[in-house]
Design a protein around this ligand. Sequence first.
Ligand SMILES: C[S@@+](CC[C@H](N)C(=O)[O-])C[C@H]1O[C@@H](n2cnc3c(N)ncnc32)[C@H](O)[C@@H]1O
Length: 301
Amino acid sequence: MCANREDVDEANTLQALLRAATIQLGSAGVPPARVDAQLLVAHVMGISRSELQRLAVLGDTCLNATQQAQLAELVWQRSQRVPLQHLTGVAPFRRLQLRVGPGVFVPRPETELLAGWGIERLESAASRLATHVVDLCAGSGAIALALATEFPGAQVSAVEREPEALVWLRRNVADRRPSAGFRVEVVAADATAADTLAELNGTVDLVLSNPPYLSPDEEVTKEGLLDPPSALWADDTGLSVIEAVAARAAVLLRSDGWFGVEHGENQGDRVRALLHSDTWRHVETHLDLAGRDRFTTAQRL
Ligand SMILES: C[S@@+](CC[C@H](N)C(=O)[O-])C[C@H]1O[C@@H](n2cnc3c(N)ncnc32)[C@H](O)[C@@H]1O
């Protein structure tokens, strides 16, 4: 609430600050400028975006001097294309708010589809008992944590190799540890190595993975370039880690277990070709909301 209507400097009202932030971000080419402006103002005020929208309609809210200074700094950083999620410190993923920052891949909305497919697979299984899920290349833990929280009771192993990403993964797991039925084990290892989780070979119900799959000729947004290189780039074809992860999944899965892997929009046919019919059946590529190839799934023979 503005302290005193007569004293209000119009430039400090919520609406004016939102407008100015939107213009500044828009002229820096930040897409979508208005949403990012709202999220940054909401972050500074410690409220949700919907609460911010409500206050903006009411029209009698001002930001204090500290909040204004903080907002100015954040809007400037965002206009330099620092990822929004690095500024707010969180990334939404399905029902979760995950902690993210430099050193870890920022989870993308399209990956929610792969996690959702995995959850549906578990829900349609005959038995909920002793379900074991493995997330290969876990990053912040987006897929692993979505599975563990939306399908309580499942034992989830989250495999990540990079020390910096592991710090964020462990934080996100620790945030949720007290909840009932939450069982996530962090495994610091190479997801493609034969000895990683070898004790589970032939027993796992579901393996999901969003590995690095870009080839060097792919274009990446300025924000994307601040993701760790090890999260983005594979070999010249972009398929090397996908192929290695698929090979590892084939060994980990029990017969009839399921595998789902995210990939680039031009990789669907080549990923299907990697999943040979002597090992896999029901090989299918799924589209994202924009109608692009996004992930491929298969059942272990
Ligand atoms: C595209 S990010 C995905 C992270 C997370 N699954 C998500 O969807 O937000 C890929 C992750 O795989 C990790 N990674 C790359 N190669 C790996 C390997 N051989 N073993 C384990 N992790 C690996 C990277 O460090 C990065 O965290």
